[in-house]
Design a protein around this ligand. Structure first.
Ligand SMILES: Nc1ncnc2c1ncn2[C@@H]1O[C@H](COP(=O)(O)OP(=O)(O)O)[C@@H](O)[C@H]1O
Ligand SMILES: [Mg+2]
Length: 430
């Protein structure tokens, strides 16, 4: 649009004048926890989780559980849904139970996680009983106290008010020092700190590495069952999307729109989050273009954006330096070769680091960061030869198209946006 000639432009001409695409957009927003009738399939998983927690409703000992599976396989959804139901059923039986959900991505230190644990219970009770005015309950700890103060104070109120408690620790692998917290949570009853029955639900996208990082002491005090959620196939994804069709106005979705989104999302590993995002962004694209229907083409157009978005979320927890290394790799693999060696990455990385005025890491550290990227599934690395004076040598390739990786790293690091002279990471995808 020409900024100098605004010939009668008014925002009033924009607002309320785009085609009505969505009727209830929250149904295709991944943050929304859908109602029971929106959940498709997963009966077996729901049953397994429910049976593990069930004893809570009889005021008896529940199991701890661990849930593994790739992203978008319904782990968070199923565990939140079942634990809420369990609390409700317990209440119906006259058993005081509740559940706490901790997103360890947003609460990735032990202090933050313990603080959130404490406040979810405190706030809930405060709303019900006005704890602030009660003298027998100590007031919330001031900021700056150690994590143990929060768990100790948590036990005080939990023991006073609840018979049963479900604690969901989602994306537990992202929590620093999770062993300490798990140990404290799983031992509270044995140590006579509380009489409340607790079930700990651990969720992780990373099976193998997470398990090997759990220490022996925690393993033996946690015990419990393990469930693995498998990825959805295109048909299941299609059913999930069909069941949210009413996110859109009647007649707005083209005939193949839902199946196109389901198929694209099934391509990689059957990720329901990706399927939902694709449909959401396709709708946004249609609206932006003033189109009155959302078609397969909009889904295809939305694809790069959605992939870059999901990737930037999955790399968001990496150190800044790892993002620089990933950016370097994407630049090197953009259109020319399909693999580069650790040494080649390192040589180029040094320039990138200087360009963004960052400190320059040594070869070994960069090689370690490349391993982290592989572990995250962003790259594939293959060891070659015996290495040289610099150390181990590997060849690296990307698991995504370079443009997607570039957009994701730019979204994560504004310095890289400057370097590429773009004003928005999406510009890379044009
Ligand atoms: N079986 C299902 N039925 C309906 N919606 C689902 C189902 N599985 C996942 N979803 C939706 O897909 C998105 C991703 O699911 P989520 O539980 O967050 O996956 P995970 O925790 O395994 O990464 C959420 O918006 C969720 O509501
Ligand atoms: Mg999740």
């Amino acid at each position: 649009m020409d900024d100098t000639d605004d010939g009668g432009f008014s925002v009033d001409k924009v607002i309320g004048n785009s085609p009505r695409i969505f009727r209830n957009k929250s149904l295709v927003s991944v943050g929304t926890v859908p109602d029971e009738e929106r959940i498709v399939g997963r009966q077996e998983e729901i049953t397994n989780v429910a049976l593990s927690l069930e004893d809570l409703i009889y005021n008896d000992v529940p199991d701890n559980i661990q849930i593994y599976g790739k992203t978008g396989t319904g782990k968070s959804l199923v565990s939140r849904h079942v634990s809420t139901k369990i609390s409700e059923r317990a209440q119906d039986n006259g058993v005081h139970a509740t559940n706490i959900y901790i997103d360890c991505n947003a609460n990735n230190t032990i202090t933050r996680a313990s603080r959130t644990l404490y406040f979810s219970i405190y706030d809930e009770l405060n709303e019900k009983y006005g704890l602030e005015d009660q003298s027998n309950i100590s007031h919330p700890p001031k900021r700056g106290v150690g994590w143990k103060t929060y768990t100790e104070d948590l036990w005080e109120i939990v023991d006073e008010y609840y018979d049963g408690l479900v604690i969901i620790l989602d994306e537990i692998d992202l929590l620093e020092e999770f062993n300490k917290l798990l140990h404290a949570l799983s031992r509270a009853r044995e140590n006579d700190e509380i009489d409340t029955y607790i079930s700990i639900v651990l969720i992780s996208n990373k099976t193998t590495q997470f398990k090997s990082d759990v220490n022996q002491r925690v393993k033996s005090s946690m015990g419990g069952s393990e469930f693995v959620f498998s990825a959805y196939n295109a048909e299941q994804l299609e059913n999930i999307l069909e069941n949210r069709r009413d996110a859109f106005e009647e007649g707005v979705l083209g005939e193949n729109t839902i199946s196109a989104a389901a198929e694209l999302a099934a391509d990689e590993h059957g990720d329901a989050r990706k399927a939902i995002e694709l449909l959401n962004k396709a709708g946004m694209m249609a609206r932006r273009n003033m189109d009155e229907t959302v078609t397969e083409n909009h889904v295809n157009e939305a694809r790069d954006l959605v992939e870059a978005d999901l990737l930037s979320k999955s790399i968001s927890t990496l150190p800044d330096q790892a993002k620089l290394v990933l950016y370097t790799l994407a630049k090197q693999l953009d259109g020319r070769t399909s693999t580069v060696s650790t040494s080649q990455v390192y040589d180029r990385y040094q320039t990138v680091a200087k360009d963004v005025e960052s400190n320059v890491l040594g070869y070994q550290r960069v090689s370690d960061l490349l391993d982290e990227l592989e572990f995250l599934g962003v790259t594939i690395s293959e060891r070659k030869g015996r290495g040289d004076r610099r150390g181990i040598k590997k060849d690296h390739e990307l698991n995504h198209r370079p443009a997607i990786v570039l957009a994701a790293t730019l979204a994560e690091d504004p310095r890289l946006q400057n370097l590429e002279s773009v004003s928005s990471p999406e510009d890379i995808l044009q």
